[in-house]
Structures are given as structure tokens and as C-alpha cells.
Ligand binder design. Structure first.
Ligand SMILES: [Fe+2]
Ligand SMILES: [Fe+2]
Length: 224
């Protein structure tokens, strides 16, 4: 429980900073976010989500090869829950493109997202426990930030919540997943003496996520 509290507090602090300093999140809350920027975000998040099943498989194989059987088992169980979730984002982007004028070149995969995906893979191969920390970040952050962002985008940018279902469906589903994380952390063998190192892992993940979000508003800033 100590690890869970420590790390989730860190994620909460990060979200506060993100709202204050990250241009993408600033635009969500000040009403300047465009449908094209949202579509690009959702397209990139779908790309990330589409990698989850293969990353979980790699994580299970790596954990087993390193002799961490409970961790390998966790990833295998998780795999069953996470297949096909990228489809929600693909449908969201299609709905947005029907309603708003959004061109294909506005919704490309940004290099910062490629880096995030490649880093996840490198993390797994280096130390699969780090990917266990990543899962807490991805799910906790979505539950924490998702609903408030969807509401802000609906109110400020007049975009229907039915076009952001990859966020809202995950925010709902992942509530249950994070509720189990503290127990899972004990079962897979996380050690509260290593909390500082786990926070460092989170820092790396959150830095890459911040850079990805900043990249989404770059074309707009250039045009301004
Ligand atoms: Fe998912
Ligand atoms: Fe999940």
C-alpha cells in the first residue's frame, strides 16, 4: 500500500504541473484546443494502445526468462483484459473526421510517440518490473485526468464526449484495474525499499508523455 500511495501521489502532482505548464493541457482547459489536435491525440493514443498486447507478451516472456514467475503471470492475465482497446480510438477519430474538417496529415503519429513506444519496449527488455510501474501510470493517470478532460473539452471546445470514448471507457474500466494494483504489487514482489527508484521510472515515463503532448500543439504554435 505504501508503494501505491507514494507513486499515485507522484502522478497526482504531475497532473497538477501538466495543467499549469503543458501547452496541450492548457489548451484543453482554456478552450483553444481544436478538433484536429484532439484527433491527433486520439490517433496517437490508439497507436500506443495497439502496442499494449505485444508489449505485455514481451514482458511476460522477459519476466519468465529472468525467473520472475508471479510477474510473468500478471502480464499474461493483463493481456486478456487489454486486447482490442485501440479500436475505440480509431472509431473516435473516424467520428471526429465526419464532423470536423481534419486532414490526414494533421493526425500523423508524432516522433515523440514513436519514442514513447520504443522506450516502453526497451524498458521491458531491461527490467520488466518497470513496465509494471508503467501500467500503474497509464491506468491511474487516465482515471485521474480522463473524466475532467473529457468534460472540459465538451464544454470548452463543443466536441461530443461520444467522440472520446477511448478516454472515457478506459477511465471507467481502469478504476477496477488500479484498485487491484496495490495487491498485485505485493504479489509480483515490488519492494517498498525501492520506492525512490520506482519514482525515477515514473519520472522518465511522464517526461516522455509531456513531450508527446507538447508535440501535438507544435504546428499550431508555428502558424500563430
Ligand atoms: Fe485498455
Ligand atoms: Fe486497463
Amino acid at each position: 500500500m505504501l508503494i501505491y500511495q507514494n507513486l499515485t501521489q507522484h502522478i497526482q502532482d504531475y497532473f497538477k504541473t501538466l495543467k499549469r505548464t503543458n501547452s496541450f493541457y492548457q489548451r484543453i482547459f482554456n478552450g483553444t484546443l481544436t478538433a484536429a489536435e484532439l484527433a491527433c491525440f486520439l490517433q496517437n493514443v490508439s497507436f500506443l494502445t495497439a502496442h499494449t498486447p505485444e508489449h505485455l507478451t514481451l514482458a511476460a516472456t522477459t519476466a519468465r526468462a529472468q525467473g520472475h514467475e508471479p510477474l510473468a503471470h500478471y502480464f499474461e492475465e493483463k493481456f486478456r483484459e487489454e486486447v482490442g482497446h485501440d479500436q475505440w480510438g480509431i472509431e473516435d477519430v473516424a467520428a471526429l473526421r465526419k464532423r470536423f474538417p481534419i486532414t490526414q496529415d494533421q493526425i500523423g503519429i508524432v516522433s515523440e510517440m514513436q519514442v514513447l513506444v520504443a522506450s516502453n519496449e526497451a524498458m521491458i527488455l531491461r527490467d520488466p518490473f518497470q513496465y509494471f510501474i508503467y501500467i500503474l501510470y497509464a491506468e491511474y493517470f487516465t482515471v485521474l485526468a480522463g473524466p475532467t478532460c473529457v468534460r472540459a473539452i465538451e464544454n470548452n471546445s463543443k466536441i461530443p464526449p461520444g467522440m472520446m470514448t477511448i478516454i472515457s471507457k478506459h477511465a471507467e474500466l481502469d478504476q477496477h484495474h488500479i484498485a487491484e494494483w496495490a495487491k498485485d504489487a505485493e504479489e509480483v514482489g515490488l519492494n517498498s525499499a525501492h520506492c525512490a527508484a520506482y519514482r525515477k521510472v515514473l519520472d522518465g515515463i511522464m517526461d516522455r508523455y509531456s513531450l508527446f503532448c507538447e508535440a501535438l500543439t507544435r504546428p499550431h504554435e508555428k502558424a500563430a
